[in-house]
Ligand binder design. Structure first.
Ligand SMILES: [Zn+2]
Ligand SMILES: [Zn+2]
Length: 387
């Protein structure tokens, strides 16, 4: 019998020893499941591992892809995902199984999840140096000033523009749409049209986020397969960027299943009211982060079998510190050229709905995201009963 050696690749996603062990595991599973064609198992194991290695760009994605493969191989006869699918032509409605099939087809593959800032494990092997933890200093994401993180609550001057600079084709100069000021302006307004008394930052790394609260995986939460649209609102606090409102909507009934204001851990710096729509966080009308997670990570809401739908949902899942794999992200699925689309534009272009004309409303956003997806996949937006 020839030794089970990993095939050579230009760039190795994982060390030889790791790949070798994966081949051994695949081989063992194959041997168990196809006893009649033992001679093929060796070649097949090397081939399957090779495919996993080729499509993995990092050690993390390699380990994940390998574990998915092993799980799939271990399933007796694979999973039957074929819908029993007769189209209900007379009524113009769809069966639940047909919808689930359409949704399953657009789940983001692992590579896309990683590429777009989703975290797929709760323990990343990152050096715990100061940089990974976020360091002592931060750069304000509004005005680019470097400041000490522990001084964030000390009042200072933060001048910035509310909107990003854009190139104006008529005048041939870059300008800020918020106030019309150009980059060449020498007036004080050039520095920004808005002044706040604190700088703001966002935790960027997994380590830094984990220090505030740990990531939790949905892997161990059993429950029925459900489909949920999700949207969060965030605020800037002394600890960075935190959850202040969470809305979860059922895909099939469009019912709002969860919609609560959430208390952040840190002191509030800016509620982002113009975007978040949250004006006030009252203790007796809001939930703590822990209470929120206990209620949301459960068999009836977000469980291991849930399909989660969102727009740019890595932001939502990262402030929620949730690791989940069955994800549909309309920002990734329906980009605007090379860039991610905005939900506002996407909703207008597809379902002619105007949203976010004033303050954002996470239930409006979650429903719009869901309806955009229904429209794109040919699922009737107004169908509320399903067989
Ligand atoms: Zn401005
Ligand atoms: Zn600033």
């Amino acid at each position: 019998m020839p030794p089970l050696r990993p095939i050579d690749l230009k760039s190795q996603p994982a060390p030889y020893q790791v790949r070798y062990k994966v081949i051994q595991k695949i081989h063992a599973v194959l041997k168990k499941s196809s006893a009649s064609r033992l001679s093929n198992c060796d070649r097949k194991a090397v081939e399957l591992e090779g495919e996993v290695a080729k499509k993995s760009s990092s050690g993390q994605s390699y380990r994940f892809n390998a574990s998915v493969l092993l799980r799939d191989l271990s399933r007796p006869n694979g999973r039957s995902t074929k819908a029993n699918g007769k189209i209900n032509e007379a009524s113009g409605t769809l069966l639940k199984t047909q919808v689930l099939e359409k949704l399953t087809a657009v789940l983001l593959p692992v590579e896309k999840l990683l590429e777009n800032g989703y975290f797929l494990t709760t323990t990343l092997e990152v050096d715990s140096d100061d940089d990974a933890k976020g360091g002592v200093h931060k750069v304000c994401i509004r005005c680019n000033t470097k400041f000490r993180k522990d001084q964030i609550m000390k009042p200072t001057t933060c001048r910035y523009h509310i909107q990003k600079r854009r190139y104006n084709r008529n005048t041939k100069v870059a300008e800020y749409p918020c106030c019309g000021e150009t980059t060449s302006s020498s007036s004080l307004l050039g520095l920004g049209c808005k002044t706040m008394s604190h700088h703001v930052f966002r935790p960027e790394t997994f380590q830094e986020m984990s220090q505030i609260s740990r990531f939790m995986t949905t892997d161990l939460i059993e429950g029925e397969s459900n489909v949920l649209a999700l949207d969060c609102e965030m605020a800037f606090t002394s600890m960075g960027y935190e959850l202040i409102r969470l809305t979860i909507v059922d895909f099939f009934t469009s019912k709002v299943l969860f919609d609560e204001i959430v208390q952040p851990f840190g002191e509030i710096v800016d509620l982002n009211t113009e975007f978040s729509g949250v004006h006030l966080i009252e203790k007796n009308k809001s939930l703590s982060f822990e209470e929120t997670m206990t209620r949301v990570l459960s068999k009836n809401l977000i469980n291991r079998n849930s399909i989660l739908i969102g727009h740019g949902m890595e932001n939502d899942l990262n402030v929620l510190r949730i690791v989940h794999r069955r994800i549909i992200d309309t920002a990734v699925l329906y980009p605007h050229g090379k860039f991610k689309s905005s939900l506002k534009n996407l909703a207008f272009e597809t379902i002619s709905r105007r949203i976010q004309s004033g303050e954002h409303d996470s239930s409006e956003d979650a429903i719009a995201t869901m309806d955009v997806l229904k429209f794109k996949l040919g699922i009737p937006i107004n169908q509320k009963t399903w067989n």
